[in-house]
Design a protein around this ligand. Sequence first.
Ligand code: GDP
Ligand code: MG
Length: 162
Amino acid sequence: MLPVVALVGRPNVGKSTLFNRLTNSRDALVADYPGLTRDRKYGQAKYEGLQFIVVDTGGISGDEQGIDAEMAEQSLLAIDEAHVVLFLVDARAGLTPADIGIANHLRKQEKTVYVVANKVDGIDGDSETAEFYSLGLGEISQVAAAHGRGVTQLLEKSLKPL
Ligand code: GDP
Ligand code: MG
C-alpha cells in the first residue's frame, strides 16, 4: 500500500491548491468559496521516485453543524487513514481559533504532523509564521502552494521518514 498524506486545515487555507500542485491535476475544486471541496478526494503523486497518495479534505472549522459537520467528519476520517498529516494554516490570515481546535485534535493522535504555513508569497515568512509555534506541533514549514515555493523542501522533510 502506498503511503497516504492527508491535507488538513480549516477552509480556505489552500489545501486544494496544494493537492493540485502535488498531483498535477485540476480535479480538486479550488475556489474562493471556503469549503467547496466537501468530500475527501484522493490523488496520486510522486516525489523523487516515491509514490504516495494525497488526500484533500473539505476542512474543519471548529463549531460544526450541517454540511460543515459532514466536512469535518471527512477530515477526521482522512486523518485516521493517513501516515502523515500536513496541517495547513494561512500565514496571511494568521492564527485562528479553528487552527487551535484542529491542533488540539491532532495532538491527541499518534500521527506524524507537519504544520504548513501557506501563502507566504509577498510577506515576511519568518515573522508572519512565528505565532504558529504556539500550536505546539513543532517546526513550521513555509510554502506558497499557488506558486510552488517551499513545496520540495516540505516533501523532502515529510516523506523521507516514510
Ligand atoms: P482550501 O479551502 O483549503 O482547499 O483552499 P483553496 O485551495 O481552495 O484556496 C483558497 C484560496 O487561497 C484561493 O483563492 C487560492 O487561490 C488561495 N491560495 C492558495 N494558495 C495560495 C498561495 O500560496 N498564495 C496566495 N496568495 N493565495 C493562495
Ligand atoms: Mg478545498
